[in-house]
Design a protein around this ligand. Structure first.
Ligand code: NAD
Length: 491
């Protein structure tokens, strides 16, 4: 195989390649957090627009990485001129690979912070998009308050500090734009957070207020923060993918992406400085994203949590194997139908029975080999944003959510550090030590794991949650996950 570069494109087999003139594409979008998901989702939509004609040529993407782990993305993408492959794997075994050309530049910020600031300040930049993970917004899920004590945030608030956080970069760039009379860009969050645009508005303006109140007022007036719902299951790149892609296409991509064929993007039409015609690439551009995102977060994302925490105790490595386990399958289906779904608003144009069936099929796709470990990682950022709101909404309605409460119990049990067969569980979570400590303590202080307002609000003090949670936790410890799931489903 040959290295993936522009020169290699004509010789590539069994993969589509960009047919447009990449040299004519300018980066109108700067994206923070170029990981698997951005490369399988937004960058693919933009690639389609670029392929459709020269009108979109001002909307190429400049990727930015802030964190030490992103040096590896620089080392993959820069030698490839931003090119990379996306491989879609269908449940029936069919495979399609495409070379994507929409990322035309990549900046690893610690190499040259000033280059990132000037790229952001450039009049050419009209959208700044984000997939910086749920934790990247640095706010409490329950109080909504921005965490000003975060050490990187404190560093970025020092006068003349070279920024470390996305807040530092975006705020300083907006300061320069305002001073130079350049209109503000739009900040487009594509993370899995309810009201992601509202959350971005709140956190970016909270940081700006701490840095410069007058600037914060300008930001509140001038910067738009559209909400969005994004969906395409994109596992971390498995080690074998690079060789697989090379064998099939003849090209060696240093960091390929694999994803499921299904993709959805619902986007609020709220852009201050223009946008590409995303709708031409299949994006649903709507006035109100809220019903779609609630559906997705409370069924898909919270459903993934329901599957993941039980599957981990049962010793499953892969999501599709767990989804094929009749007990797990039924638990997830019942969570979605009986607890998640009743908290939703009507979703225009969507049949929720079909949506739930499709989710269960997607979870069962063996080809993408998504892992239980990926679903369970960062649960302290995810359970509070995806599952806790369902439980709270059910209790507020005078209803119950015993399955969701049991998922929290399964998470608690997993944080004790071993599955039902005694195999160790390694917590991949920024709060891992606190979680493990509280899970251990919950053996003597039963509510210790959940009596944490930042993660669970007041749930620990609501009997409608605490009773089924404690019953499930006791059962998980005494009888194991299999018997507990069966009792929950039979009861
Ligand atoms: P990834 O690990 O491949 O990439 C994450 C990127 O975010 C990296 O570039 C990382 O450096 C950056 N990042 C992490 N914390 C950050 C911070 N505090 N500040 C700035 N940058 C930060 O993960 P991914 O699969 O690309 O997923 C990223 C996000 O995309 C998810 O957290 C989720 O919100 C959203 N998403 C993912 C999927 C999926 O299936 N993977 C689906 C829908 C939405």
């Amino acid at each position: 195989s040959v290295a993936l570069t522009a020169a290699a494109l004509p010789a590539i087999r069994a993969a589509s390649v960009p047919g447009y003139d990449r040299a004519a594409v300018r980066p109108g979008i700067v994206h923070f957090g170029v990981g698997g998901f951005h490369r399988a989702h937004q960058a693919v939509y933009v690639d389609r627009l670029l392929a459709a004609g020269p009108e979109a040529a001002g909307w190429g993407i400049c990727g930015v990485g802030l964190r030490p782990a992103d040096a590896a993305m620089r080392d993959a993408l820069v030698p490839q001129g931003g090119l990379y492959t996306v491989t879609l794997k269908h449940p029936d075994g069919a495979v399609e690979t495409a070379v994507v050309g929409s990322i035309v530049d990549y900046l690893y910020a610690p190499d040259d912070p000033e280059a990132v600031l000037e790229r952001l300040a450039s009049p050419e930049t009209r959208i700044v998009s984000l997939t910086i993970t749920e934790g990247g917004y640095n706010f409490s899920a329950t109080t909504g308050d921005f965490d000003a004590e975060n050490p990187d945030v404190r560093h970025d608030l020092e006068p003349d500090a070279a920024p470390r956080t996305v807040f530092g970069y975006v705020t300083e760039a907006l300061r320069r734009r305002r001073a130079r009379g350049v209109p503000a860009f739009t900040v487009m969050s594509c993370d899995n957070i309810e009201g992601n645009g509202h959350v971005a508005r709140r956190t970016f303006t909270a940081f700006a207020r701490l840095a410069d109140p007058a600037l914060a007022a300008w930001i509140e007036e001038s910067v738009r923060f559209p909400n969005s719902m994004v969906d395409r299951i994109t596992p971390a790149t498995p080690g074998a993918l690079r060789g697989e892609v090379a064998a099939r296409t003849g090209v060696d991509d240093r960091w390929p992406v694999v994803a499921e064929p299904y993709t959805q993007w619902v986007l609020e039409d709220d852009f201050g400085s223009g946008r590409p015609r995303f709708e031409d690439a299949g994006v649903q551009v709507v006035d109100d994203v809220a019903p779609y995102e609630l559906m997705k977060l409370r069924l898909l994302n919270a459903g993934h949590q329901a599957l993941g925490h039980f599957a981990r105790l049962l010793g499953y490595e892969f999501v599709h194997d767990a989804a094929a386990d009749p007990d797990v399958h039924e638990l997830v289906r019942r969570y979605m139908q009986d607890e998640g779904r009743p908290t939703l608003r009507p979703v225009p144009g969507i049949d929720l029975d079909d949506y739930i069936d499709t989710l269960l099929e997607r979870f069962s796709n063996p080809a993408i080999a998504d892992t239980v470990a990926r679903l369970c990682q960062d649960a302290s950022d995810r359970i509070p944003k995806w599952l806790v709101p369902v439980i709270a909404a059910r209790l507020d309605d005078g209803a119950t959510a015993p399955l969701a409460a049991a998922v929290v119990a399964a998470w608690t049990r997993g944080c004790e550090g071993a599955d039902d067969a005694g195999a160790p569980i390694v917590l991949n979570d920024r709060h891992a030590s606190g979680l493990a400590e509280r899970a251990a303590r919950s053996r003597t202080e039963p509510l210790a794991f959940v009596d944490v307002p930042d993660l669970f609000g007041d749930l620990a003090h609501r009997p409608g949650f605490a009773e089924p949670y404690l019953a499930a936790l006791t059962s998980l410890r005494e009888r194991g996950a299999r018997a507990t799931v069966r009792a929950l489903l039979g009861g």
